[in-house]
Design a protein around this ligand. Sequence first.
Ligand SMILES: [Zn+2]
Length: 329
Amino acid sequence: MNVVKAFLLILFVSFCISKQSLGQQYVTVKAKSGDGIWSLLREQGIEPNPTSVAAFKSLNEATLRGKDELLVGAVYKIASNAKVYPIFGKAYEQVSITSSKLEGHVYYIMGGHGGPDPGTIGTFGGKMLPEDEIAYDTSLRLARNLIEQGATVFIIVRDDNDGIRDTESFANDKDEYYLGGEKIVLSHSKRLRDRTRIVNRLYDENKSWAKSQQVISLHVDAYGSKVEPQIDVHFKTASKSGYALSKALRDTMAAKYAKYQPTRVYKGAIDSSANLYVLNNTKPVAVLVELGNIRHSGDQYRLVKPENRQAIADWLLDGLIHKAKGTRL
Ligand SMILES: [Zn+2]
């Protein structure tokens, strides 16, 4: 019996060790002439100190000349603090926390629609533009941005095989599901109740320690027909605190447009009395971000370009950082 126990213990320990080494991520860099350990670490944003230099030496023992000289052209491993999030897809799955600006803040990121409901489907250049896919891609970009700043992020609507997509067209798939594995159902009212219940349960779990908790729901608005002028990123909310959050996001958007596209007048508005189930019933502060109008060619052009979806996610991040610094929601 003791032998069996010892055997199981060894199995368990080796499992833990292999798990741990799987979790460690590396970046690899090729040494150029003139490089040293310190400069390589610095290039990767790592402060050279006795600990980081010792870690580097033990990782690269075999490729060092003497104790600490690099060989030009040799490839060196540098331990990174990146964690792997497969939900972001192969090209984006490694995420490093680069700041603690949003430490303690909790975000529930919700791509609108999903599963059997694509939302509104626009067409651009002969290709389909399903609302839920555009919203989902942007929601992942925002979620990843938030994680980099130290936030705690729950991606409520998920799709295992999409990830962040640097493409201009989207197949309308239906395999999105909720965090935790629940199916997204066809019934509109049940769908809204389900996602609200999932967020509220997590809110209760996190409320003892969270500095703030916020729901960011992403959609693309659909008017009956093309509406002029272009509608742009705009906001819907249903409470005072939701309005304050929307205003922080809207002000950031306006400032970014003023800086990067000064000739364009940004008119994104805040509808502060939106009567929407998720806004009215989630315990955390909630804002619904409409990324544009899916029927306006200007907004369509903006939304099909991956770099534009990234810019929206970056600007939303800036707004959320601004909000987190300013007040306790
Ligand atoms: Zn929608």
